[in-house]
Design a protein around this ligand. Structure first.
Ligand code: HMG
Ligand code: MG
Length: 315
């Protein structure tokens, strides 16, 4: 299996935790609904490839995201996976009840920093959605769960255009004040560039949000996700969201495409000598297997580069 030559760079963290979102962010956006057993196998294979956090599904309204309407059937099929966190998204009390009833130990609320996307994604204003999340986070913490707070549209919004940094900081502080254990900064439509990433992280630090509570979540619409990730690593971020094979998007934001592909991220981190614990061969096999089930090739450059071409196989 081809791997990059290891040449470390100065000033980067020695180890990164990858927060794998393919089974949730990836599959929520597929036109066809993937069978529950296929999702369960996908998640088992991701765990076997060495991913230690695999976001499993969402306990959202089944009419809003029919692709994940099988959350109750799926989650119990994952209980034999040892030593891997399986966070789930919960938009409100009802979602939290459903998740806790099945024994979920990690949940994520998901806020928008813009009014347009709050309305499109949660049917609420930003303030209303934060008011919904406050008791959800409190109850989740009381139940001993770890809580992630997503922020969407941190760098730009398809309806509102550029998003001022202070708007992101305000929602980030609200989520931390509620008791979230970590945040994930979402570039939902993939418009961020590296300077913008570093400016936002600096401003968050300035306002008291520590780097070790921040993860980054880049979609790759303009091919900037890996450059943005490197900028975040240079700032000291050690949690990076990525999606096996580059699956992903958001059904409520037209311009959202796939997430940063986990394979592309692992290739870069391997080359930098940064530990991830991920076996790139097993991961690539998994994404190829999933692409076959979805009936289209993986958009990941690394998956494509590591896939033998038909003519090579014939030789
Ligand atoms: P609503 O229609 O305003 O809901 O939707 P409601 O509170 O008015 O309730 C209406 C009915 O829905 C009630 O039933 C509730 O019980 C039921 P009734 O009493 O009429 O029979 N209901 C539920 N049923 C099951 N599970 C639930 C639930 N909640 C209410 N959890 C709601 C509001 C938030 C529910 C809806 O807008 C929703 O489900 N939105 C989810 C959207 C979503 O999943 N988006 C994708 C994930 S976010 C993302 O991808 C971005 C991210 O990747 C980061 C980035 O890239 O930026 C995280
Ligand atoms: Mg996303």
């Amino acid at each position: 299996m081809t791997l990059p030559m290891v040449v470390p760079a100065q000033g980067l963290p020695p180890r990164i935790r990858i927060h794998e979102v393919g089974a949730r962010d990836g599959l929520q956006n597929e036109k066809t609904t993937v069978p529950t057993e296929t999702k369960a196998e996908f998640i088992h294979r991701l765990a076997a490839a060495g991913l230690t956090t695999v976001e499993a599904t969402s306990f959202v309204h089944p009419k809003w995201v029919p692709q994940l309407a099988d959350a109750e059937a799926l989650f119990p099929l994952l209980q034999d996976i040892d030593g891997v966190h399986l966070p789930v998204l919960v938009p409100n009390d009802r979602g939290l009840d459903r998740a806790l009833a099945l024994g979920a130990r990690r949940v994520a609320v998901f806020a928008s920093v813009t009014e347009s996307f709050a309305k499109a994604n949660l049917n609420r204003t930003v303030a209303e959605s934060l008011a919904v999340f406050e008791p959800v986070v409190a109850r989740a913490k009381d139940a001993g769960a770890h809580v992630r707070g997503y922020l969407s549209m941190c760098f730009g919004d398809p309806w509102e255009g550029a998003v001022p940094v202070h708007q992101v900081v305000s929602v980030a502080k609200s989520l931390m004040d509620m008791g979230c254990d970590e945040l994930s900064l979402g570039d939902t439509i993939g418009v961020a560039t590296p300077g913008h990433v570093q400016a936002l992280l600096a401003e968050l630090n300035e306002e008291g949000v520590a780097t070790n509570t921040i993860g980054v979540h880049f979609h790759d619409t303009y091919g900037q996700a890996l450059a943005n990730t490197l900028a975040a690593l240079q700032h000291g971020v050690t949690t990076v969201d990525a999606s096996a094979g580059g699956l992903g998007g958001c059904p409520f934001a037209k311009s959202a495409t796939g997430n940063l592909a986990t394979e592309d991220l692992v290739w870069m981190l391997e080359g930098l000598g940064i530990e991830t614990g991920v076996d790139l061969g097993l991961l690539t096999d998994t994404s190829r297997w999933m692409a076959e089930r979805l009936g289209r090739p993986s958009p990941s450059r690394t998956v494509r580069a590591l896939t033998p071409q038909a003519e090579d196989q014939e030789q």
